[in-house]
Design a protein around this ligand. Structure first.
Ligand code: FES
Length: 364
């Protein structure tokens, strides 16, 4: 047998699976079989290296399991519209009941530029006054909205910011339709991309408003949450999981996307655990790279024994102290932001004890 051909195994056995990942000498390939016709393309997807052999077949196209790019199972050419994109393909033949592949005669890989998502643009702060984004995370029926203490205090913070000459923007998570995080990080660290894999795949997903504010537009984030069973709201956690793609850039590329930005919080609950909620919020936003003003949250709770929510609502709505506190929180955050904006963040941030994925690979 010609040395260039590698024996992959019995044709009958290999034909039993329409798509499989297979080793061929030093290469990993995606081996397909449709109606007895075999095809072999390189296992690594052109996007960020997803394992094509672990994907699915859509007609004659192999669908990458990470973000669903498609390549022809025999030619390796991208799906219609992306024909300039191709992964290597290899000649396959069946002889004496054995499947043989020639990995030395593969076609070349070619990566054609895909139109970048608008969020993928460089992170450059535009000139102008401090920009403050309020993020409301309370859920309610938009057709019959009720009073929300956390929203009301957030409105006071944003009003104070506007009085200071800041640009302000209010984003209500409840108004956005967005998918839950689908755990791309659990497939592989680099499968969780920036912009978020879901955002890039699903034009109907509306969490880009949050990404735009956090990464590009805002200097200050003020996030408000009710306390639900001792935790921040479920909507907050759905958003937080989707923000993994920002933190993951630090892990995979040593790229700190949040620089010189400030976060502060408003926490309102009928019952207690204010400090537990604050601890979670502070820990998470610290992982993203935010700075915090002194006394980075305000909160209200009437305690475990208070079962009368109507009084809680009245207390927040009518409390001058709390609304003044929300305004002061905004002012402290803006003051810190102004100081940070006068500094140039270091090009590279050392994070002792936590090596980026890429560095770990380099150092073996
Ligand atoms: S589509 Fe294949 S790695 Fe993203």
């Amino acid at each position: 047998m010609d040395d260039d051909w590698i024996d992959l195994g019995s044709a009958d056995t290999l034909a039993a699976r329409s798509l499989q990942r297979h080793r061929a000498g030093h290469l990993e390939i995606a081996l397909t079989c449709t109606n007895g016709q075999f095809g072999a393309i390189h296992n690594n997807c052109n996007h960020v290296g997803g394992p094509l052999g672990e994907g699915t077949l859509d007609g004659d196209y192999v669908v990458c399991p990470w973000h669903q790019w498609k390549f022809h199972r025999v030619t390796g050419i991208g799906e219609p519209g992306f024909e300039a994109d191709r992964v290597p393909s290899y000649p396959v033949k069946v002889e004496a009941g054995r499947v043989l592949v020639n990995v030395k005669s593969g076609t070349a890989r070619h990566r054609a530029p895909h139109k970048p998502h608008p969020l993928a643009r460089p992170i450059l702060r535009a000139e102008g006054p401090v920009r403050v984004a309020g993020i409301s995370t309370t859920a309610m029926d938009p057709k019959a909205p009720r009073y929300s203490g956390s929203d009301d205090l957030l409105a006071s913070s944003l009003a104070a910011a506007a009085e200071q000459g800041c640009e302000t923007r209010l984003i209500k998570l409840n108004d956005l339709k967005f998918r839950s995080c689908e755990g791309y990080y659990s497939k592989a660290a680099r499968a969780c991309t920036w912009p978020c894999s879901v955002t890039q795949m699903d034009p109907k997903d509306e969490l880009d408003a949050i990404y735009e504010a956090l990464v590009h537009w805002a200097d200050v984030i003020i996030l408000s949450t009710p306390i639900r069973w001792g935790q921040a709201s479920a909507l907050y956690f759905r958003m937080a999981e989707r923000l993994n793609c920002i933190q993951n850039q630090v892990t995979t590329h040593n790229r700190v996307m949040i620089r010189n930005k400030v976060a502060a919080f408003i926490i309102v609950g009928g019952q207690d655990n204010v400090q537990g909620v604050a601890g979670q919020l502070l820990g998470f936003f610290a992982e993203l790279g935010f700075h915090f003003p002194q006394f980075p949250y305000i909160a209200h709770s009437r305690g475990w024994s208070a079962e009368d929510m109507e009084n809680n609502v009245r207390d927040v709505r009518d409390s001058k102290d709390l609304h003044d506190g929300a305004a002061e929180l905004a002012r402290r955050s803006i003051e810190l932001s102004e100081r940070l904006l006068r500094t140039i963040p270091p090009e590279h941030l050392e994070r002792g004890g936590r090596k980026a994925h890429a560095e770990r690979k380099r150092s073996g």
